[in-house]
Design a protein around this ligand. Sequence first.
Ligand SMILES: Cc1cc2nc3c(=O)[nH]c(=O)nc-3n(C[C@H](O)[C@H](O)[C@H](O)COP(=O)(O)OP(=O)(O)OC[C@H]3O[C@@H](n4cnc5c(N)ncnc54)[C@H](O)[C@@H]3O)c2cc1C
Length: 429
Amino acid sequence: VTSQDRHQVVVIGTGFGGLFATKGLRREPVAVTIIGRTPYHLFQPLLYQVSTGILSVGEVAPTVREVLRRQRNAEALVGNVTAIDLIERTVTSRAAGLITVTHYDTLIAAAGAGQSYFGNDDFADFAPGMKSIDDALRLRARIFGAFELAELEVDESERRSRLTFVIIGGGPTGVEMSGQLAELSRHSLNNNFRTIDPTSSRVVLVEAGATLLASYGPKLSAHTKRALERSGVDVRLNTAVVGVDADGVDLRLTDGSTDRILAKTKVWAAGVTASSLGGLLAAQSPAKVNRSGQVLVESDCTLPGHPEVFVIGDLMALDGLPGLAQVAIQSGEFAAAQIARRLQGKRVRAGFRYRDKGQLATIARFKAIGIVGPFKLSGTPAWLLWLGVHLIYLVGFRNRVTVIAHWAVTFVSGARSERTAPSDEFYQD
Ligand SMILES: Cc1cc2nc3c(=O)[nH]c(=O)nc-3n(C[C@H](O)[C@H](O)[C@H](O)COP(=O)(O)OP(=O)(O)OC[C@H]3O[C@@H](n4cnc5c(N)ncnc54)[C@H](O)[C@@H]3O)c2cc1C
């Protein structure tokens, strides 16, 4: 079979879903084209460590063509997919004005989700989200820049606002980010400054609901709140952010009262919305999208009316499965296995079954929480498990080695070695 005659699989997205689907096809008689908006695979769960100076960009974002260099039946193309034609079976992608049209026999749509500001897109300039490398570097510049400018500031209230960090959203990203910021200001910046005292920084975590990490249950949520508060984080529950501008955030509490926090640095960790490709698929098929823009798929992750199209990971809505890396990985592997079974003439599985491997979130150095099967963990055991799991799922051997080195530096001495960031928006007039 020449590569022209081979069954053509096109994968959209180089996240967990797309990458694991592609790898799952490595031994099959197919030709896979994986198309991603960026040429790298992004390990989103560790992005907050990039923005707080622990890890380097390359460690969480290895290049896809390097990852797939030994997989001869796969090619990687960079491009933003702008059109999918379900009748002609083509995908159109664009990169810097170069337009590529790729034919498929089977399509795997794994375009994931982006940040949602719940209709307040003007918040984005003042409170970057945490979805991309660009976001993480912008935040890194703002966080370390805030300390630099506070050192120069002569006005006391301005200085205080430069040393105030507001994190919006009490899910795993908001919790991890606020824990890291507290640690950065309490320990890592020791002796770095001559005028300011970084330990006087204020880290505020704002959550509209009544608990942090709602999916972990009341006990672990309460544990997380206490642990963060002990680290110095000011946790505000039942508090909605109703305004964000250059100088601070406006809050509304459930009793109707309002408040304002003056803070130069804000981080948005509050909401996600699925890629617009979901709507594009639904418009050409009997499929529907839910309020988050996810495609309601058949039980075998295919698009209704189109068994040749799989929709996986954060882009799919199936049985209320959460937006977790494991869901994306397992649905990607499932799609690959289904394609293999079809080509071999074997019976395909009737439906995708998710094996819940649990969930983990770090609060600070040596502190994490997790649910693994019937067990609820907290403290150092959960943190050690978190460490192991992240090392296993990091892509690339070299990355694992350097990540271990960076973690050793940070966890043992508290220091951060990756503080460099684009400085143009900070230090120039
Ligand atoms: C900050 C953060 C922390 C997280 N922490 C955890 C955690 O601790 N544990 C956990 O299990 N999960 C966590 N998640 C969720 C997890 O990362 C996602 O569930 C997972 O990445 C989903 O994988 P995916 O492949 O569906 O989508 P993604 O990983 O989002 O990948 C989508 C890919 O599609 C590409 N793409 C999008 N649109 C287009 C287009 N039009 N054309 C071409 N390419 C396109 C994107 O560039 C991206 O490469 C976290 C997410 C974030 C943002």
